[in-house]
Design a protein around this ligand. Structure first.
Ligand SMILES: Cc1cc2nc3c(=O)[nH]c(=O)nc-3n(C[C@H](O)[C@H](O)[C@H](O)COP(=O)(O)OP(=O)(O)OC[C@H]3O[C@@H](n4cnc5c(N)ncnc54)[C@H](O)[C@@H]3O)c2cc1C
Length: 474
């Protein structure tokens, strides 16, 4: 294996690791619901990446929907703000509030199942990790997932979280019903027969319409995936990109900056029995090398950025892989190495030009990057604020190791994405405002109208929604 090949494979393999407990290193830092003024003043919440910190008025943990409605009504009456947090896995300030912060961990699990239609109603605070296991027990699964499963169902849907697959939408596209508490404290139901317009407009809702309490998801029969991971020269890969996307159920790749290599991942449905990697080999590959090794290399790169291009070429590798496993075990990985991320959706047909422009820009601007660039694909959908609204999409995700300055690189990438009709992931860092986002979403105004009905008092607003929905910070 050549040195660049080692780098390609290793950085990418290092990038995905077995599951860790949900919400690790995220959430309540000091006190919540305290009556002690001093403790309350110190109540703190932070996100997974540690780049967003909130000092809310209170942190509340309602045990049921009625308690949620009561908190919302009281807050609205008193002119206070309310924000629900999921698992804190957004990189943006989307979940921050200086008002009442609600954690709905208690609203977890499956409420009901319709086995004939394979529709499952889940409590909104259920994590995807828990849901996967519960569904598996019923012989069901979600048709697609992103890279991790620590997120809550509500949080993932609210920001337009997605995986990869040319015939599949993001997770919100699997929602066929939702139930939430609006700013007046009323229960709102939306499904194909009741309030279908709210369903269409509000699934990717940025937490701006109300507090989701239940979601009904269209599941599928449980299935196995064959995962094949191989390095390729990135130029060759881009020449053949249509073929790769078209001939695989779930295709993605990671380009390793400072090298001409990419690691490809092909996940395809199979009737074959599971044949996961042997446990010891998996631990060495995915925990020892991919986690601690990658973390160490990133830490060295942060101290000595000028070494990054050489480090990228000198990492150890466990080579390519092929295995068969239950779908959610293939989709989901662990992220022990902390980073900051920005991700842009562009029309699928733009992927080759856009990625090549990023590659050229990285060389020209001299960015030193120790994280790969991830590329994925999804099908068009009809959800108002979905980044895939109305177009088959490609996604370009860029990362910077925690503690390093992401602004210059992300701004340079964003400038390129804007020339390709780019739409930023709502949960990942970006610098856009309502003024320039609105033209990118044909149903933007309709979403704002719905928001005016559901939250006329802007009880669910925060600085992020002000910036991306109101334009008041433009
Ligand atoms: C390591 C890592 C990997 C990731 N991988 C992917 C990926 O593969 N694909 C992808 O698309 N994204 C990915 N993301 C982004 C992530 O999926 C989203 O940011 C997602 O929103 C996080 O869900 P959460 O439960 O942590 O929600 P939070 O970040 O806590 O909240 C997100 C938003 O949802 C709102 N919200 C939460 N619960 C409710 C509720 N009950 N009612 C109303 N609003 C609510 C919050 O108010 C907030 O506005 C990744 C993030 C990380 C850190």
């Amino acid at each position: 294996m050549t040195v660049p090949l080692l780098a390609t494979a290793s950085i990418l393999l290092l990038f995905e690791i077995p599951n860790e407990p949900a919400g690790q290193d995220t959430g309540l830092v000091v006190a919540y619901n305290s009556t002690n003024e001093a403790e309350l003043a110190m109540a703190t919440w932070k996100n997974w990446a540690g780049n967003q910190i909130a000092h809310p008025l209170s942190i509340e943990k309602p045990r049921d929907e009625r308690a949620v409605a009561q908190i919302v009504r009281t807050a609205s009456d008193q002119g206070e703000k309310v924000k629900v947090v999921g698992s804190g896995h957004s990189f943006t300030s989307i979940a921050l509030t200086n008002g009442r912060l609600i954690s709905i961990d208690a609203l977890s699990g499956i409420a009901s199942v319709d086995s004939a239609t394979k529709r499952v109603t889940v409590h909104a605070g259920t994590t995807l990790a828990d849901l996967n296991v519960l569904l598996d027990g019923l012989g069901l699964a979600l048709p697609n997932l992103g890279d991790i499963t620590y997120q809550t169902v509500a949080g993932a849907i609210s920001t337009g979280t997605h995986g990869t697959g040319q015939h599949l939408t993001g997770l919100a596209g699997q929602v066929v019903g939702m139930r939430f508490i609006n700013a007046m404290g009323e229960v709102v139901e939306a499904n194909e027969s009741t309030n279908p317009e709210i369903l269409r407009l509000g699934r990717v809702g940025l937490g701006a319409l109300g507090v989701l309490t239940q979601l009904t998801l269209q599941a599928v029969l449980a299935f196995h995936l064959r995962a094949v991971e191989t390095p390729m020269r990135v130029d060759k890969l881009l020449e053949e990109i249509e073929m790769h996307v078209n001939t695989n159920d779930h295709f993605e790749f990671f380009w390793v900056p400072h090298t001409g290599w990419a690691l490809t991942k092909r996940n395809n449905r199979t009737d074959d029995a599971v044949s996961p990697q042997p446990a010891a080999r998996r631990w060495i590959d995915k925990v020892l090398i991919e986690n601690y090794g990658f973390g160490a290399v990133c830490a060295v790169g942060r101290m000595r950025p000028q070494w990054i291009p050489r480090l990228a070429k000198a990492l150890p590798s466990s080579g390519g892989r092929e295995y068969v496993d239950t779908s959610y075990k293939v989709f989901a990985s662990t992220r022990l190495v902390k980073f900051y991320e920005m991700e842009y959706s562009i029309p699928r047909a733009h992927i080759v030009d856009a990625l090549n422009e990023v590659r050229t820009m990285v060389d020209r601007r001299g960015h030193l990057l120790n994280f790969p660039v991830e590329v994925r694909f999804t099908k068009a959908d009809d959800m108002a604020l979905s980044t895939s609204y109305g177009r088959d999409s490609a996604y370009i995700a860029v990362h910077i190791y925690k503690g390093m300055d992401y602004v210059p690189y992300f701004k340079d990438v964003e400038a390129i994405m804007k020339t390709h009709q780019g739409r930023p992931h709502w949960g990942k860092l970006h610098f856009r405002t309502a003024q320039d986002l609105a033209p990118a979403y044909p149903l933007f105004d309709q979403f704002v109208k719905l928001r005016n009905q559901m939250d006329p008092t802007r009880t669910f607003a925060n600085e992020y929604t002000d910036r991306v929905l109101d334009g008041s910070h433009v």
